[in-house]
Write a protein that binds this ligand. Structure first.
Ligand code: UDP
Ligand code: MG
Length: 151
C-alpha cells in the first residue's frame, strides 16, 4: 500500500473548491483514510516544506500555507497511487498544467496552486505522520464499490 498526503490549500478553501477538488479524487475511485480541516501554524509549515528552506519562494510559501484554514487528507492505494495522484494534480505551475488536471482547470499562478500532493511514497509516509496521529486514520475500511473500482 502507498499513502499520499493531500492539502487543499488556503486559496482553494477560500474559493469554495473543497468539494470540487475532493470530488476529483473521489470520482477517480481513490480511497480516503484520513480527512480534516486545520489551521497550519508556522512550525508545521516549515517542517512540512523543509526541503524548500532557503529557496527564493520559501517565506512566501510559509505565509501562503498558514494564511487561512486548509483541508488535509490521506489517500491510500496500491503501488502507483502516489504517481497517479500527482498526474491528476498537474504541474506545479498552474499556468503550465494540462487542462483536465486540478491545477490546470482551477489555477493560473504558481503561488496559488490550490493543492499539495506527496511526490513519492516516502514523502507520503513522512507527511502523513506530520499531519495525522495514527488514531485519526482509518486504515482498513472497505467500500461496497471496491470490487467495481479495482479487479
Ligand atoms: N512554489 C512557489 N514558487 C515556485 C515553486 C514552488 O510558490 O517557484 C510553491 C508552490 O505552492 C508549490 C510549493 O511551493 O506547490 C512546493 O513546491 P514543489 O516544487 O514541491 O511543488 P509541488 O510538489 O507542490 O508540485
Ligand atoms: Mg513538492
Amino acid at each position: 500500500m502507498e499513502r499520499a498526503l493531500i492539502i487543499i490549500k488556503p486559496d482553494a478553501v477560500q474559493r469554495g473548491l473543497i468539494g470540487p477538488i475532493l470530488t476529483r479524487l473521489e470520482q477517480r475511485g481513490l480511497k480516503f483514510v484520513g480527512l480534516k480541516l486545520i489551521q497550519v501554524d508556522e512550525a508545521l509549515a516549515r517542517r512540512h516544506y523543509a526541503e524548500h528552506e532557503g529557496k527564493a519562494f520559501f517565506e512566501s510559501l510559509v505565509s501562503y500555507i498558514t494564511s487561512a484554514p486548509v483541508v488535509v487528507a490521506v489517500v491510500a492505494g496500491k503501488p502507483g497511487t502516489v504517481e497517479m495522484i500527482r498526474t491528476l494534480v498537474g504541474a506545479t505551475n498552474p499556468a503550465k498544467a494540462a487542462p483536465g488536471t486540478i491545477r490546470g482547470d482551477f489555477g493560473i499562478d504558481i503561488g496559488r496552486n490550490l493543492i499539495h500532493a506527496s511526490d513519492s511514497p516516502e514523502s507520503g509516509e513522512r507527511e502523513t505522520a506530520i499531519f495525522f496521529k495514527p488514531e485519526e486514520l482509518i486504515a482498513d475500511w472497505s467500500r461496497a464499490v471496491d470490487p467495481w473500482v479495482q479487479e
